[in-house]
Design a binder for this molecule. Sequence first.
Ligand code: TRP
Length: 455
Amino acid sequence: METPREEWGSKIGFILAAAGSAVGLGNIWRFPYMTGENGGAAFVLIYIFFVIFIGFTIMLAELTIGRHSQRNAVGAFEAIFPKTGWKFIGVLGIITGIGILSFYGVVAGWTLGYFFKTLLGDFSRLSGETSFQDVFAGFIGNPVSEIVYLAVFIGITIYIVSRGISKGIERWTKILMPLLFLIIILLVIRALTLGSGVSKGLSFYLKPDFRALKPEIFIRALGQALFSLSLGMGAMITYGSYISKKDNLLSSAAFVVLFDTVIALLAGLAIFPALFAMGMSPKGGPGLVFLVLPSVFDKMPAGTFFGAAFFLLLAIAALTSTISLLEVAVAYFIDEKNWSRVKAAVFTGALAFVVGVPSALSQGASKWFHKIPLVHIPFLDFMNALFGNYALTVGSFFISIFVGWKWGTGAAAKEIALGAGGFKLRAVWAFSVRFFAPFAIFLIFVYLILTGRFF
Ligand code: TRP
């Protein structure tokens, strides 16, 4: 209490850090493969709908809880209503953060591996018989490199988080995100000029076919929206706690939501035309972008350079996301248990690594983790659905109930108005937090339980 809370170095520092948390593998790896598996354009439309009407609502709710309480994800609820059960939303968030980090670290490790592979020219040397598919399967099926890359990635995350908020996080994001954005634009241009198949890809991605709509699409599109925006587990509560009272929460939230969504939509625009031009199936699952993009770079002038740069920047974008996943737990142990930053980062990071090992081995290295009992999917895919979809959705439901019905939209709106010089959309937002968001989530869950298609 006595020492003032660490704050972001500047307003732009906070926006960059929040955008850095949001933009990551969710946009470039998860969004395209989810879209491919769930019917294309119809999924995209529902996703955009949820981003606007639920994502933005929850984003503002989380940032507001954080800035008002100036505390971590658990302490925030405790500060607003002491000695109630609401703090368990935060506890769920900490568990979810470690759960997501465990499999996210594995995929982030793939991007690191692909950076080295592209740099060393592994893809330009491919002959007829060995395809991009074989390279990928061989890579993710190797137990040693899978575990080493996971360890390296989580190790870097621990290092940066242990050095603290503004020093560690802001520095990374400032220069590198615009560069990533630039390479994605180049990829889009190349993909759109690949010739035959491009129009088929575009219509898959942009022309909704509502006959392809299956019940589970709704939960997946919602889960994807929350995942991509880093919502539902207190990451934005934690980041919000470092924002100054002078900053504008409304415009910050709007910017992050917009930027994140544009990046995801552009990634899709690069992937689908290329995928169809190469005659591949959109249902490639978690390996999708690792199969499609290397061959696009292969067909690009200076492809080795752009390919290597892309995978490196993607790894860094993933890093600014894993930082936020770890920071939720770390902030909790610092605030509530008086741990040092280093101790908290090492302990929680190591935990995520251990939980991540079965995911790392699930993509071909171990039969057992490749098809786990009951659900019959790889462990990584299971964790991705459990934490990346369901836990975030449940968390968002309770956050909206907390702000809408317990704390009250009046009190929250006062906090939002600070630094924003008013809050014009207040009634719309209040309606969404109180009614629309929780009801929509509730209905989706009822639907899911009735149809029984969880995984
Ligand atoms: N949003 C990030 C991405 O799209 C992943 C992420 C970081 C995240 N922090 C989170 C997801 C908190 C959910 C909750 O890659």
